[in-house]
Design a binder for this molecule. Structure first.
Ligand SMILES: [Zn+2]
Length: 392
C-alpha cells in the first residue's frame, strides 16, 4: 500500500491484534461528540436544558443528510445542531473536566488510545456565557485526571467555528493567546465548510502561527469538486495547517493530489459520519486516497454520537478496505507522526507501538495494552464490535 510511512519494524501480529493491542494516538475527535449519552442526560437535567428526545434516542437520530429513502423515517437531527445542544449542557469547569476525562478513558478502553487530541469550540460555549478560562481550566483538570488515573496523554485544539465571522474567529484566537496554557497546543477550523471558506480565517490563523500554535482544519469535507480540493491547499498554504481533517474531495483536484503526496500532507479521516448515506462514499474515497499515495490516519471524529470507536474505524479499514496488519499499523504510526506531540514524545510512543507490533508483549509504562476497568455503562463497545449502529 502506498501513502503510509510503513512500519519501522516487522509486524508479528494479525490485523485484529494490531487494532486491539497497539497503543495509539487519535488526532481528530470533537469534545461534544464524545459526551456519553448518560452524561448528557445528567448535565441537561442539572442545567435545565431541554432535549428533544432522551439522549440515547437523540444520538440514534443524528443524521445530517438523510438519503431519500430515510427521510420519512425521521425525525432526524443534523449533527451540528446536536453539537450545539450538547454544548449548552456544558456550563461549569467541572462539566468540562468530566467530559474530557470520559473522552480519554473511553477511547483508551475501547481502542487502546493513549494520546488524544481533543477539539473544542470556545465560541459556542462563550455564546452561552461560559468564560474561556473556566472551560479551559476544566478541560485541563480532566486531562490531568486521565493522566493521573490511567497514564493517558491528552491535548486540546481550540477550533474556530467557521459559521462565525472572521472577526469572531480573530477574537477567539486572541483569547486563546491571552490565556495560554500548555495543553491548548493548536487551533482548528470546523463546522460547515460551505458556510466558511478557509481564506476568511487567514488573519486568525496567522495570529495563532505567530504565537507558536499548531494548526489544523476541516477541509475537502463538505465542498465537492475542485473547490473542495482547493480548500485543502488553501488551508496549508494560506492558513499554515500542518494537517487536514477529512480532505476526501482532494481527489477531485487532480493537481492537488500530487502536491499533497509530495509534501506528505497528513489527512485525518473517519469512515463513520452523520451523513449516513455517505459512508460507502467515504470508504471508497479513503481507498482511493491510499491508492494515490496520500498519507492517511484514522480517527473516530464523534465516537459517542455515531456511535463508533477508533478500533471500529480501523476494523472497517480491515474489513471493507481489506488492509492487513502492516497496513493498519502504518495508519497507526501515521497518526503518531502527524500528532502535535513533541519529537521525543512521538519517538517514545512509536517505540511503544513497535514493541507491541513486533509481538514483544505489552510495552512498559502506564496506559498501553491493558483495558481500563469499569467506567460505567455508556462507553463505546469493543474494537470491531460496535455492530449496533443507530437505527436506520
Ligand atoms: Zn471532525
Amino acid at each position: 500500500m502506498k501513502g503510509t510511512a510503513g512500519p519501522i519494524a516487522p509486524v508479528a501480529l494479525s490485523a485484529t491484534e494490531v487494532i486491539e493491542l497497539v497503543p495509539k494516538a487519535e488526532l481528530h475527535v470533537h469534545l461534544p461528540g464524545c459526551v456519553r449519552p448518560g452524561t448528557l442526560e445528567e448535565l441537561s437535567r442539572r442545567h435545565g436544558v431541554g432535549l428533544p428526545l432522551p439522549a440515547h434516542e437523540l444520538y440514534g437520530r443524528v443524521n445530517s443528510a438523510p438519503a431519500p429513502d430515510e427521510v420519512d423515517r425521521g425525525p432526524w437531527f443534523p449533527l451540528l445542531r446536536v453539537y450545539e445542544l450538547i454544548c449548552r449542557c456544558l456550563r461549569t469547569a467541572d462539566d468540562f473536566a468530566r467530559v474530557a476525562y470520559e473522552a480519554l478513558v473511553d477511547a483508551h478502553r475501547s481502542s487502546n488510545v493513549v494520546h488524544q487530541e481533543l477539539s473544542f469550540s470556545p465560541t459556542v460555549h462563550m455564546a452561552d456565557g461560559v468564560r474561556y478560562r473556566d472551560m479551559v481550566d476544566g478541560l485541563v483538570a480532566g486531562l490531568e485526571a486521565a493522566r493521573r488515573d490511567h497514564g493517558l496523554s491528552g491535548v486540546l485544539i481550540a477550533a474556530v467555528n467557521r459559521e462565525d465571522s472572521p472577526a469572531v474567529a480573530l477574537d477567539m484566537v486572541e483569547t486563546v493567546v491571552a490565556h495560554r496554557v500548555d495543553e491548548v497546543v493548536g487551533i482548528g477550523l470546523d463546522f460547515d465548510e460551505r458556510k466558511g471558506a478557509p481564506e476568511l480565517f487567514a488573519e486568525a490563523f496567522a495570529l495563532a502561527g505567530r504565537h507558536g500554535l499548531h494548526r489544523t482544519a476541516h477541509a475537502g469535507e463538505h465542498v465537492p469538486g475542485p473547490a473542495g480540493a482547493a480548500n485543502v491547499r488553501t488551508c496549508v498554504e494560506l492558513l499554515g495547517c500542518e494537517r487536514v481533517d477529512h480532505g476526501y474531495y482532494v481527489l477531485e483536484g487532480p493537481e492537488v493530489v500530487p502536491w499533497a503526496r509530495d509534501r506528505g500532507l497528513a489527512f485525518d479521516v473517519a469512515f463513520t459520519t452523520s451523513r449516513r448515506a455517505l459512508r460507502p462514499w467515504r470508504l471508497a474515497s479513503v481507498r482511493e486516497m491510499l491508492r494515490q499515495g496520500l498519507r492517511v490516519n484514522v480517527s473516530s471524529d464523534d465516537p459517542a454520537l455515531f456511535p463508533t470507536t477508533l478500533g471500529r474505524e480501523l476494523a472497517l479499514a480491515r474489513d471493507e478496505l481489506g488492509l492487513g496488519a502492516e497496513e493498519i499499523f502504518a495508519l497507526v504510526t501515521n497518526a503518531v507522526e502527524a500528532s502535535f506531540l513533541g519529537p521525543d514524545q512521538k519517538k517514545s510512543l512509536l517505540a511503544r507501538a513497535e514493541l507491541v507490533a513486533r509481538g514483544d508483549g505489552s510495552p512498559p509504562g502506564p496506559g498501553a495494552g491493558r483495558p481500563v476497568p469499569g467506567e460505567g455503562p455508556d462507553g463505546p463497545t469493543a474494537p470491531g464490535g460496535a455492530g449496533s449502529g443507530p437505527p436506520p
